[in-house]
Ligand binder design. Structure first.
Ligand code: UT7
Length: 332
């Protein structure tokens, strides 16, 4: 029997309307546009405004786009994997809420948390259900409302993050397209460098944790940068090397958008020209689980069937890795 691959057949994205510019951040913390631009490459980020709006509200239009673009009915969806570090609630899972709002009445689903690498891990998981022959239509969402856990008095952290959502539909194919290979890792080294200290089972919410501002993401940027830059480049090179990809034969690098300097270093190590690197950090900042699908969404019209893409990420945990995807369709 021919091998079943999981190919991406549609891409969706959503960013909120509100634009938080570097100029506005200058009025909030002691920072400036020049510092933010040269250290990170970020000019602006989107923020989800509105009382009671959660991450699932950004995923809903993404799921609707995926259904529409692929001519699928909601009841045909078998599985929805919702990767996020900022779910609507600790439980129930945002996958349940998004499925209800979009009428995915025959789907099962769950949330997946691996910080900034979440989308790659969810893609890997979703692909396995397709490759096994078990399911025919799997939605993989990457979405985060980072503004809900950002301390807008902490200038080292608040300038980086933004809100957004993206996603893909996976379907079976017997072509050699779709997810071809992957290399992923976790370790516990990152625990002290990037975390939200309270609100979990170790330090449940209390007056003390609130007063100590422990319900915000804390990052030791310098240390995270050091690990991110080497690990993202190494994962990319590993996947390129074992699939015989070079700077010439690789068509696109799709890197997690945390800092332009990390992206530039990875591209340089992979011997890739600037035009082959997807970049949207300047307009969205770091949207955590959403960066990679939002890149695919922004660049979809430039992708051609057969293009070789390497998707790579690094995030809290630490978590990191790279996936090799052969693009499955031409632009409409
Ligand atoms: O998404 C997954 C994981 N996250 C990442 O991959 C992010 C990795 N880290 C980074 O991107 C960078 O470390 C940051 C952008 C967070 C910080 O950049 P940096 O070049 O590492 O700056 P730094 O923390 O070493 O700080 C350098 C200086 C310090 O001043 P002194 O001590 O040299 O006087 C900071 O206080 O810059 C100062 N600084 C700022 N100045 C103006 C820190 N934040 C700001 C700011 N505006 N927003």
């Amino acid at each position: 029997m021919a091998t079943i691959n999981a190919k991406i057949t549609a891409v969706g994205g959503y960013v909120p309307d509100y634009i938080l510019t570097n100029a506005e951040l200058e009025t909030m913390v002691d920072t400036n546009d020049e510092w933010i631009t040269t250290r990170t490459g970020i000019k602006e980020r989107r923020i989800l405004k509105g009382e009671g709006k959660g991450v699932s509200d950004m995923a809903v239009p993404v799921i609707q786009q995926l259904l529409e673009k692929s001519n699928s009915q909601p009841e045909e969806i078998d599985l929805v994997i919702f990767s996020t570090a900022t779910p609507d609630y600790l439980f129930p899972a945002s996958a349940c809420i998004a499925a209800k709002k979009t009428n995915l009445v025959n789907a099962f689903g769950f949330d997946l948390l691996a910080a900034c690498s979440s989308f790659l891990y969810a893609l890997s998981t979703g692909a396995k259900y397709i490759q096994s022959g078990m399911y025919k239509k799997v939605i993989v969402i990457g979405a985060d409302k980072m503004s809900s856990i950002i301390d807008y008095t902490d200038r080292a952290t608040c300038i980086i993050f933004g809100d957004g959502a993206g996603g893909v539909l996976l379907e079976p194919t017997q072509d050699r397209t779709g997810l071809i290979d992957e290399w992923h890792r976790v370790d516990g080294v990152g625990e002290e460098f990037l975390l939200m200290p309270a609100g979990g089972s170790k330090h449940p919410a209390s007056l003390e944790t609130i007063n100590a501002r422990q319900h915000f993401a804390k990052q030791d940027g310098k240390n995270v940068f050091k690990y991110a830059v080497t690990n993202m480049a190494n994962a990319t090179l590993k996947v390129m090397e074992r699939n015989g990809l070079t700077g010439d034969s690789l068509d696109w690098l799709v890197p997690h958008q945390a800092n332009k300097r990390i992206i530039d270093y990875t591209a340089e190590q992979a011997n890739l020209s600037k035009e082959k690197v997807m970049l949207n950090i300047q307009k969205y900042g770091n949207t955590t689980s959403a960066t990679i699908p939002l890149c695919l969404w922004d660049y979809e019209k430039q992708l051609k069937k057969g293009d070789n893409l390497v998707l790579t990420a690094f995030g809290g945990g630490f978590t990191w890795g790279a996936s090799y995807v052969k693009w499955a369709y031409d632009p409409n």
